[in-house]
Design a protein around this ligand. Sequence first.
Ligand SMILES: Cc1cc2nc3c(=O)[nH]c(=O)nc-3n(C[C@H](O)[C@H](O)[C@H](O)COP(=O)(O)O)c2cc1C
Length: 205
Amino acid sequence: MSATVAKPKIFVVIYSMYGHIKTLSEAIVKGLKEEGVDATLYRVEETLPDSVLTKMYARKFDEIPVLAPEDLVKADGFLFGIPTRFGTPAAQVKTFWDATGKLWATGALVGKYAGVFTSTGGQHGGMETTIFTFLPHLAHHGIIYVPLGYQAPELHDQSEIIGGSPWGAGTIAGGDGSRKVSEKEIQIALTQGRTFAKTILKAHQ
Ligand SMILES: Cc1cc2nc3c(=O)[nH]c(=O)nc-3n(C[C@H](O)[C@H](O)[C@H](O)COP(=O)(O)O)c2cc1C
């Protein structure tokens, strides 16, 4: 009789102001689940007051539960969805990590796995730098970064503008946020979910 092995637990942790990261995250969760891992979507806490959010025409995603930083210990791996701000991660995500000092001090996240995906307003507004500048958080916590690489064939497609890079899936929101996540960007996000799940499953054999 073989013992039942628990499915690896993956938290997809996002910040989204206009919904592009949220759309990508749904494809990521789908890809993860297709490969048989346990995937749950969370968001980081908002830090801006309602008065500012209203002026920014921000959407609210109250249906997604907020992840308490200390609950990162409950997962085996993470996929972080982060929109760019000036080519670097949104401050809401930085605030989340700045509350993980105790986890760092106890090495609670050492050896866990993480991938990252992003959204930018423009094609050259930080698709790669946003993920790149997020990596120190992983390094300091001893979390193993899992890049997407070129596992999604759409990354070679130059027939249209496509977000995403070997660093992770991505979408281009447009200067006014009106561009919708394209079908090819959804496919890249699906691939990131699937390939990340395969990496985690291999590590948990
Ligand atoms: C303060 C601020 C700074 C931004 N900086 C950049 C930037 O440097 N490059 C860029 O391409 N987009 C920039 N954007 C656009 C956001 O990245 C875009 O709204 C976001 O990717 C959309 O994702 P979401 O719909 O999930 O919120 C900025 C937006 C704000 C509000």
